[in-house]
Design a protein around this ligand. Structure first.
Ligand code: ZN
Length: 384
């Protein structure tokens, strides 16, 4: 067992970890350190414990420890940030390596008192990040390595399985006026939002976060979050399944779209037999042969829904009208069988552009127009 595998995070954070983990970052003499803003290591969004002198010993030369700005552009740090983002842990530039930070836990949100209960640490060379929520009711802990292709399996093992998760335990609440207005502007009705159990994250911040609940057989199996500024992330432990899978359990004809809001849009046009892919479209179509099921990681959600999809006779692909959307349609058709697939063509918006997706058509042309477009889907051809 490596030294890192034996590391555990505790509350209170003990100094015992530091002799092993103390960074070999640059240190400056006190005279040169005056220009360093204290905000660098302690802000509202990432409450660092670095200012607690008991937890961070001074470098031996008595200088103040600062961290190079370049660290945030380093490939490992970038990779860690991306991975943490997927887990719902938001890092900003104050979350410097080698220090401990108290963050908001994405699993329990810090409970009723909303304390920053997640002790978070990136080791000094950015090899990995680790964390533990010190609220006993939660205890979420894990670790990810920058260089691994996959998130560390231990992360999932430590996370609460979604089968036992409820909307309440995720901190979800009914949509408030702000987000209802956001959806109204997109012509998504409260009835549709309610039937699809669209929620919001309860949070004291005024930035509202939409929570698309993923359900299978009526059970919560995952959650995808989206801010109104179009930032997405997935709840930890989320099953890779299509969004709205229960809506196609008895369907012989289905529609696949590229986003949750497009699924809701099609419901406004009268189609409930619609599912959305859970992740974004690929940049381009792969030229390689289809990988075997177990290696087809980017499309695991299709394999996980195989029994639903196998019995479908006709599949209408209504992905976005851009290059990634077309690449997604092709990748789906490759896996589902071109002969079963049909394609919706989004109409021209003006001389130079086309409508982008189902929601845009709903918004600018109305539900009837959207319905007609789906009904006029054409047999899929790869040359699309
Ligand atoms: Zn927690």
């Amino acid at each position: 067992m490596s030294v890192y595998q034996s590391l555990r995070l505790h509350r209170p954070l003990t100094q015992s970890l530091f002799p092993k983990l103390l960074p070999r970052t640059r240190t400056y003499a006190a005279t040169t350190a005056v220009s360093v803003s204290p905000r660098r290591i302690c802000t509202v969004s990432c409450h660092s414990v670095a200012h607690a002198t008991t937890t961070v010993p001074s470098p031996p030369d008595g200088g103040e420890q600062i961290v190079d700005d370049d660290i945030f552009d380093a490939p490992r740090m970038k990779m860690l940030k991306q991975k943490m983002d997927l887990l719902g842990i938001k890092l900003d530039n104050t979350c410097v390596p080698a220090l401990y930070h108290n963050l908001r836990c994405p699993k329990c949100k810090g409970g009723r008192s909303k304390e920053r209960s997640l002790s978070f640490h990136i080791i000094s060379d950015c090899e990995f990040a680790m964390w533990r929520c010190f609220r006993p009711e939660c205890g979420w802990a894990g670790r990810v390595f920058a260089d691994d292709m996959e998130l560390d399996g231990k992360v999932s093992a430590n996370a609460k399985p979604y089968g036992q998760t409820t909307e309440k335990s995720l901190g979800l609440e009914p949509l408030g006026p702000q987000l209802l207005a956001y959806f109204k502007e997109r012509l998504i009705s409260e009835k549709t939002l309610s039937r699809n159990a669209v929620r919001q994250l309860s949070d004291s911040d005024d930035k509202k976060v939409i929570a698309f609940t993923y359900k299978q057989n009526g059970l919560l199996v995952g959650c995808k979050y989206r801010t109104v500024e179009k930032r997405f992330w997935q709840g930890k432990g989320t099953d890779k399944v299509l969004y709205g899978i229960d809506d196609i359990s008895h369907a012989s004809e289905i529609i696949i779209v590229e986003g949750e809001i497009d699924k809701l849009s099609l419901e406004e046009a009268g189609f409930q037999n619609c599912v959305s892919v859970p992740v974004g479209a690929p940049g381009k179509v792969s030229f390689k042969d289809l990988p075997p099921r177990e290696k087809d990681t980017a499309y695991q959600y299709l394999w996980n829904c195989k029994e639903y999809l196998d019995k479908v006779v006709r599949i209408i692909l209504a992905t976005d009208n851009d290059q990634p959307g077309q690449a997604l349609a092709e990748e789906l058709a490759r896996r589902l069988g071109h002969e079963r697939c049909w394609r919706v063509h989004w109409p021209k918006k003006d001389e130079s552009s086309c409508f982008k997706d189902a929601n845009e058509v709903l918004k600018y042309m109305g539900a009837d127009a959207l319905k007609r477009m789906v009904e006029n889907a054409e047999p899929y051809t790869s040359a699309d």
